[in-house]
Design a binder for this molecule. Structure first.
Ligand SMILES: C[S@@+](CC[C@H](N)C(=O)[O-])C[C@H]1O[C@@H](n2cnc3c(N)ncnc32)[C@H](O)[C@@H]1O
Length: 301
């Protein structure tokens, strides 16, 4: 692979595993509507289960429905999806870095995690196998030209009529106010580093729907979920703050290892900057925002 731009595989493994699992349960699922599968996608999968079970178009050895999770991390998303589908569903997770995979003993029996790089063509035996392909939070690993490559590779995995569900944060609306705060500076630095490394200041996931339609998907559309620190002392708002401070610390540490960003070359400097930001967040001296984009598209029938 060309020089690595993804910062979050450079840091302490256990910290990252804990961070990914915690974010899934405490922020991402609650913010993205309170469910792992949007109702439209859930209804599609449940309909297939009913139809295929009734018509026994699948033999006993065939999965009743198949889902792939790309850039799966620990596999936590699939662990939750398994709860809403029959045990005969095939649930496959793929990641180019297998070090965060849950051990088999901590996975439902129908969840399999495997190594695969979404920037490379998937093996022919996986083509046309999945009713749903999901991706979440791969953006920090993608250069501008990579988005179309990943979109095309994911399309090969889908059955006709199958859904792509792609959930991402954008680096344009990732901002802190006022600009003089350490928090705002960290976010601006991270955006700058990412923009430089990703070769061209990509706006994606903003406009990812148009890219998907250009790549041959049908009916791609987007919904945005805006996270702001609204000053409330609710659990979700506190969890948003924790997501921000843990993500910022991990990114800064990772970027430090990948060559550093201005005024921040070591892990100690990263930690010091984030401690200052945490204090600002705690005292309510700064507002920060994150936008999460959900893009849904289908492979034509
Ligand atoms: C922020 S984590 C998100 C993990 C998981 N999707 C979640 O939401 O909990 C991003 C993951 O993308 C993986 N990744 C980055 N680039 C990838 C690529 N080209 N192919 C496969 N996985 C990739 C990383 O190894 C990491 O596990």
């Amino acid at each position: 692979m060309a020089s690595e731009i993804y910062p979050l595989n450079e840091i302490d493994l256990l910290t990252e595993i804990e961070r990914l699992d915690w974010n899934h349960t405490n922020v991402l699922v609650p913010v993205l509507g309170g469910h792992v599968l949007p109702p439209e996608v859930d209804a599609y999968l449940q309909g297939l289960v009913t139809e295929r079970t009734a018509s026994s178009t699948t033999g006993n050895d065939q999965p009743v429905v198949s889902v792939a999770d790309i850039a799966t991390g620990t596999g936590i998303w699939l662990v939750d999806v398994a709860k809403s589908l029959p045990p005969t569903a095939r649930l496959d997770g793929f990641d180019y870095n297998t070090s965060k995979f849950r051990p088999t003993s901590a996975l439902p029996p129908n969840v399999q995690l495997q190594e695969a790089n979404a920037l490379k063509p998937f093996p022919a035996k996986l083509h046309g196998q999945y009713d749903l392909v999901h991706v979440r939070l791969i953006f920090l690993a993608l250069r501008t030209s990579d988005w179309a490559v990943v979109a095309a590779n994911l399309r090969t995995l889908l059955r006709p009529g199958g859904y792509l569900l792609w959930e991402e944060v954008d680096s344009v609306n990732w901002k802190g106010y006022p600009a003089s705060t350490q928090t705002a500076k960290i976010l601006a630095n991270m955006t700058r580093f990412y923009t430089e490394q990703s070769a061209g200041g990509t706006q994606y996931p903003i406009g990812l729907d148009q890219l998907l339609n250009a790549e041959g998907y049908d009916g791609a559309r987007q919904e945005v979920f805006k996270l702001y620190d609204n000053g409330e002392n609710t659990t979700l708002n506190l969890n948003r703050k924790r997501l921000f401070t843990t993500a910022a610390l991990s990114c800064l540490r990772g970027y430090g290892k990948l060559g550093g960003i201005d005024g921040l070359q070591t892990e100690e400097e990263a930690a010091k900057n984030v401690v200052e930001a945490e204090e600002e967040v705690k005292k309510g001296e700064v507002q920060f925002g994150l936008w999460i984009w959900r893009t849904i598209a289908r492979r034509s029938l």
